[in-house]
Design a protein around this ligand. Sequence first.
Ligand code: FES
Length: 315
Amino acid sequence: MNDTMLLNVTGKTALADGIYQFEFRSPDGKPLPPFTAGAHVLIETPSGIGRRYSLCNAPSERDRYVVAVKLDPGSRGGSVSMINDVKVGMRIRVSVPENYFALTDDASDYLLVAGGIGITPIHAMMAELDARAARYRLVYCTRSPETTAFLAELSSLPSSRVQIHHDYGNSDQSLDFAKLLATREGNTHLYCCGPRPLMQAVRNNASGWPSLAVHFEDFGTSVSNGEASSGFTVTLQRSGIRVNVAAGQSILEAVREAGVETPSSCEAGTCGACRTTLCSGEADHRDFVLDDDEHDRAIMICVSRAKSDELVIDL
Ligand code: FES
């Protein structure tokens, strides 16, 4: 964990079906380290598993951190432990906030696209953009009203500012992202957080947007990075090492196990820190950083895998 603090759990509230909000405050009542919208903290759950959660309260609130957690019974237990084991009055270890999903200062407009629990960093962004008196619009996709966090608050905002779309679990009723992203007004920046299929749909339909104007985040929204597929081999050209990447293991993990240090940050395919030159082999790209025309020469080793039996990378 990065620098951490022991914080008091001062609130636990049901926000929607299977979604709980947690509030943390300093035991001595002092202000917490500042954060900007889009930041996350790493929380050590009572089960011992660490999980990253986006902060969803206004960055101007210096006295508390608020996160929202969706119960995912299929996960390795982080969300289950948060929701079942964390009680008001407990002390929990929380890291200082980090931000790989920060709002730019120079956009003319902001288009915020959230799917499910991906609303959490977007909720903080709305507060920050309100404080800046910036122009923004939220498009929020959820399964149903019952599973929609912040429903009453967001429903009370004008429809020109907030559009909530329910698909009722039916892909035929998914939002029309081609229509939403067909045109880009002025210097609009797009911020998207949600399940991988939603982010992929946004990515595919924003192909006409400059890549620097499209930003993704997926902490807490994706249980896995898609199918783990089978194992494969990666040769590290400069180190002269071959590593076997097991099914369910990332290239980054396998490389580190082999004793080779390489940078990373989000480990979710959204920040670009683990970008590595791809020397040969065909990658199965699962990130939200690389453009199509970079796919044959670069790879994000925290999430991407191999279509060929072997990859050669420049490490
Ligand atoms: S560590 Fe962020 S994209 Fe790989």
